[in-house]
Design a protein around this ligand. Sequence first.
Ligand code: AAT
Length: 292
Amino acid sequence: VIPGWFSEISSMWPGEAHSLKVEKILFQGKSDYQNVMVFQSSSYGKVLVLDGVIQLTERDECAYQEMITHLPLCSIPNPKKVLVIGGGDGGVLREVARHSLVEKIDICEIDKMVVDVSKQFFPEVAVGFDDPRVALHIGDGVAFLRDVPTGTYDAIIVDSSDPIGPAQELFEKPFFELVAKALRPGGVVSTQAESIWLHMHIIEGIVDNCRQIFKGSVEYAWTSVPTYPSGVIGFMLCSTEGPPVDFKHPLNSIDANDSNQKSVRPLKFYNSEIHEAAFCLPSFARRVIDSK
Ligand code: AAT
């Protein structure tokens, strides 16, 4: 450990640890679920850390939040009801809110401290909570889904932490079954699905489960996030049986209906070209995913 630097050390990426220089620690607390820390870094702005793992930095959060949201929402004609699981920083809400056809946005985050700390230290991310369509539920995503009536949502976005800690169940088969049940026919889900460089075994398991459960499309996409382990992170995109969904060819252009969001910054990362490119996989990953 280098004094004055934060190093992200975890058994999920043994033998490597990305480091950021710390200017100042701004918050440290322990919630019922995890250790919560915010620090000012010298090169990536403020950083939110849960149990020693980076959840977002001001500089590169766009690459994750915009992609996990617009990949699913730009792939269906008129998303109206959207559920976010996790995502207590509000960044995914900010992105969902750009879609003017959306009428209702539920969010189920397990840890109220994440929400409070984000509102205090990350106003440009937590701005997502200000949208009048948003309803916040504090609780476990699995328990929340059990009570959702069949076919409620057009889209579900699972912005979850890694499968060590409170998010473990969000990577397991029973959770994906609940997600499928909560979606309307032809509804879509997008989930945080780890790194092709580090977690091919986890991805293989997710793909296997999803092919059994989602009878529409099942695809893996990825993006570049310099402060996430290995610098990349992926998403599982699936649709339920019903009107077919072609994730690789977006049919909604977000840029067109973005203009009514004057208070929110313009898109930094997402566009239709990068949407299509996100589904191109290196051969080693393509082989594993197609073999499932
Ligand atoms: N948008 C920032 C990126 C995240 S945040 C993940 C969120 O999921 C956290 O706020 C965490 O409290 C919440 N969470 C964890 N488990 C559950 C659960 N069971 N139900 C509801 N919310 C949950 C993800 C960063 C990925 C990091 C990659 N290394």
